[in-house]
Ligand binder design. Structure first.
Ligand code: ASP
Length: 343
């Protein structure tokens, strides 16, 4: 039987086409996707599409869009073998990360893709990205189970786990990297799957559960030389802030000034959730390595291990949306829930 795929178009560069009259870029009608990308009809795949109205530039993505996407996948889950989400590249890593935590018991592929050049332009990367994303979303093993039952990003001939991805380039066709985990698949002459890295559900027949309520009371404080107590206090103490992602140096280090550690301790005592994420692209937080990291740990800061900021945000939104109990959120934060950290 033919696999069936739902392409969900949210907006972004990929769906743009040049208007022949005034040469401006406009979104094209996705119900005609097979006309635009005839290569898709060569697969034994039934393709339906769903277009968001209005389409959005991904700089405008909000958690409400993630809730819409999750709801759409839930409502059509039984009708399709896989989902391809066309999304602007700017915040794609945030959306893929968030969705990975919002979908419980996922047993089908949810593949994000987009492009750097519109699909209607010569030399576009959009066609190749889309065709590979569809092939991956439809791929099954001999038992009929999805080869990649994960939320992932297919871009520049690589398939990477969504919550490991980060946008690296505003120009290159290889726009995304997965600095701390090798790709789940690579598209060459064939698509080569790295099955040892792909996560499979404990049971294939569990119903998909979708979380749509997220708690967004998170701030991100990036440390930098010259940071002042006023700035740190602002990010840590606002009453509406429940959790703070501290973007630290190297292996999770921060300044050792008394005022800074006092502020961190005070925030911990106020019950704020404090998560240490490194500013480095690769490598992990290790707060036992240097005295500066140790002081943070003693002050109540949790290790984000090798999580990206994008994934840390989605994980916090999701965990805090599930419970008001900060002790539970802290316990879950240090666990690997969706392959987002290396344990
Ligand atoms: N600004 C666009 C967006 O993120 C860029 C893109 O699609 O690549 O929606």
């Amino acid at each position: 039987m033919k696999a069936s795929i739902l392409i969900i178009y949210t907006g972004g560069t990929i769906g743009m086409k040049e208007d022949p009259v005034d040469q401006t870029l406009r979104p094209f009608d996705f119900s005609q996707i097979l006309e635009e990308v005839p290569e898709l009809s060569k697969f034994a795949v039934r393709i339906d599409s769903y277009t968001f109205d209005p389409l959005i530039d991904s700089s405008d993505v909000e958690p409400s869009l993630w809730a819409r996407l999750a709801g759409l996948i839930r409502n059509r889950y039984d009708a399709y073998d896989g989902f391809v989400i066309l999304h602007g590249t700017d915040t794609m890593a945030y959306s893929a990360s968030a969705l990975s935590f919002m979908l419980d018991g996922l047993a089908k592929p949810v593949v994000f893709t987009g492009s750097q050049l519109p699909i209607g332009r010569p030399r576009t990367d959009g066609k190749e990205n889309l065709v590979s994303a569809v092939e991956i979303a439809a791929a099954k093993d001999p038992d009929g189970h999805a080869l990649v039952p994960e939320v992932c990003i297919c871009f520049g001939a690589k398939l990477i786990r969504g919550n490991r991805a980060t946008k690296m380039s505003s120009e290159s066709f290889e726009a995304f990297a997965s600095p701390n985990l090798p790709p789940l698949a690579e598209a060459g002459i064939n698509i080569r799957y790295n099955r040892a890295l792909i996560r499979y559900p404990s049971r294939w027949d569990l119903p998909l559960q979708v979380q749509t309520n997220l708690d967004t009371r998170v701030s991100i404080l990036q440390l930098h030389p010259g940071i002042t107590p006023q700035v740190a206090r602002y990010f840590l103490f606002s009453p509406e802030i429940r959790a703070v992602i501290l973007e630290t140096y190297g292996s999770g280090n921060a300044l050792t000034k008394h005022w800074f550690l006092d502020i961190i301790r005070e925030a911990d005592q106020l019950g704020k959730i404090l998560l240490n994420v490194t500013q480095c692209q690769t490598g992990s937080v290790n707060m036992d390595l240097y005295a500066t990291g140790k002081s943070l740990k003693r002050a109540g800061v949790l290790s984000g291990s090798d999580i990206t900021t994008e994934a840390a945000l989605g994980k916090l939104f999701s965990l805090m949306g599930r419970s008001d109990d900060n002790a539970w959120v802290k316990k879950m934060l240090e666990r690997d829930l969706r392959g987002e950290i290396t344990k």
